[in-house]
Write a protein that binds this ligand. Structure first.
Ligand code: PLP
Length: 495
């Protein structure tokens, strides 16, 4: 049997590890790979297919989790005797194909080491040492004193009214016309994204996403049975000609976009780009989900109005959350919508969830009302500006010529493109040993192809740690470049 891996796959196609796993699964279940047969080692297989070792390791792990192969340290990976039939006669009942896809994506997540020595430049999780704990404790106490047991009963599905009022006031300051009735609270922006997509797309439909995009949105899309269609990111945001073509496709029902402090790129689009994007969406009648998850984290330059402030056609659903500007653990986000869309959001929300924590929502209302949130934001923005300075200086000092990176005006992430020939998924293991962790670029790609880019985060490490982390990254990159390009890559392998 010959396996060919398509690494330049089209939008929505199976990533390389999925193709390898699927091929081997078919071979094993079809009896063409017999019980006890030893598979090529990860290294051999990766070399023969011209993919990264991680890609093959993920495929083998997927098969091991399904009980189709067994790996023994030092001996190798073997087809397991009495592999369960595709109908699932094993111990667990068969899972839905959607969930199998999600599990596969989970296994493809980059592997990070918790704690340990290496500097965490991978996650965009705010630094607990900057949390305004005292002020929030007082806000919880004040909320309980004022509203008592009502905060511990079921609350309104739309969320605590006081918090919706406070959020609406902040939105109006950004130019978004909204009152408390247009705000729906949800469990972080994550729930907001799923709710918003479900309003417009049914299983089998497609969603336009920027490529690269937020890794978890690709999981959300997969979990809803939707197909992501990538719109390439240019210097000034999503390529508008490509966007127009994608949105014109009848199966594409909605656009998900991150115009401000894009994840993973860190860049923001101009007002002109935003207007042009809205004009295309309005002409084609396609709704736009605007993820403004880091909009409060601008530390430089003039604010650009969000899409929702420029929208004249009522097609934009704007969502955000307290996760990046305050605490992710409160799990409070919001969506801004109008008229029937609010009813629709509430109907979808009620079908899966009876509402969030009213106590935490009320505490947040107190926290915002007391001015503590704005004081915290001012401090956080100063810290981020200083960390970004440290990061950019360290990149200039430690990374080899030919490396490029973005210079964000806010938010946590900086996107770094290494010189040709480096697969950052492979680099991650070496860099972790060298003393730094980052998010490899393939995780943000619609088709999961290997990438020479990586995302660095200012969220958790302070200036000294950032400098040490980037120096470690520089060492790991130079070692890899010194090792030279891999030997010639065959694109086919007999197994
Ligand atoms: C672009 C983007 N949107 C949404 C989220 C999810 O945030 P939340 O914690 O509010 O669910 C994240 C988290 O990293 C993100 O990067």
């Amino acid at each position: 049997m010959i396996l060919k891996v398509r690494t330049k796959a089209g939008p929505g196609s199976t990533p390389a590890y999925g193709q390898i796993a699927e091929h081997l699964r078919r071979e094993i279940r079809g009896g063409r790979l017999a019980d006890g047969k030893r598979l090529p080692t990860v290294r051999e297989m990766a070399k023969r297919l011209g993919v990264s070792r991680d890609t093959v390791a993920v495929a083998y792990e997927a098969l091991a989790a399904e009980g189709l192969v067994e790996s023994t340290v030092g001996r190798g990976t073997f087809v397991r005797a009495a592999a369960p039939s595709p109908k699932g006669t094993g111990a667990t009942p068969p899972l839905s194909p959607l969930v199998e896809r999600l599990l596969e994506r989970e296994r493809a997540r980059p592997r990070f080491v918790d704690g340990g020595e290496s500097v965490p430049l991978h996650a965009i999780v705010p630094d607990p040492s900057l949390f305004p704990l005292d002020a929030f404790r007082k806000a919880i106490q004040r909320a309980l004193r004022k509203e008592g047991g009502a905060l511990l009963a079921y609350g309104p599905p739309q969320g605590h009214r006081g918090l919706r009022e406070a959020i609406a006031a902040r939105l109006r300051a950004l130019g978004v016309e909204a009152g408390p009735d247009e705000v729906v609270l949800c469990q972080g922006a994550s729930e907001g994204i799923s709710l918003a997509l479900r309003l417009f797309a049914s299983p089998g439909d497609a969603v336009a996403v920027e490529d690269p995009t937020y890794g978890n949105v690709l999981s959300a899309v997969a979990g809803l049975g939707l197909v992501p269609v990538g719109v390439p990111m240019g210097e000034d945001g999503p390529d508008l000609a490509a966007l127009e073509q994608v949105l014109a496709r009848p199966e594409v029902k909605v656009l998900y976009t991150i115009p401000t402090f894009h994840n993973p790129l860190g860049t923001s689009t101009s007002v002109a780009h935003r207007r042009a994007l809205l004009e295309i969406a309005a002409r084609l009648g396609k709704p736009v989900v605007e993820d403004a998850y880091e909009i409060d984290l601008r530390y430089e330059g003039r604010p650009v109005p969000p899409l929702a402030a420029l929208d004249r056609s009522g097609l934009v659903l704007h969502l955000s959350s307290f996760s990046k500007a305050l605490f992710p653990g409160v799990r409070v986000g919001w969506i801004v919508a109008r008229g029937r869309l609010v009813d629709a959001l509430l109907a979808v929300k009620r079908s899966t969830d009876l509402g969030g924590s009213t106590l935490l929502q009320a505490a947040l209302a107190e926290f915002l009302g007391s001015g503590a949130f704005d004081r915290h934001l001012a401090r956080l923005r100063r810290a981020l500006l200083s960390r970004r300075k440290a990061l950019l200086e360290a990149l200039a000092k430690s990374l080899p010529a030919g490396t490029q990176w973005t210079t964000p005006d806010g938010g946590y992430q900086v996107w770094v493109e290494l010189p040709e020939g480096i697969d950052t998924r492979e680099l991650l293991a070496e860099a972790t040993k060298e003393g730094v962790q980052f998010s490899p670029g393939d995780f943000f790609r619609v088709d999961g192809r290997p990438s020479r880019a990586l995302r660095l985060s200012l969220a958790t490490a302070d200036e000294a740690a950032i400098r040490a982390g980037v120096a470690a990254l520089g060492r790991a990159v130079r070692e890899r470049m010194g090792a030279g390009r891999r030997a010639s890559r065959s694109r086919a392998v007999h197994v």
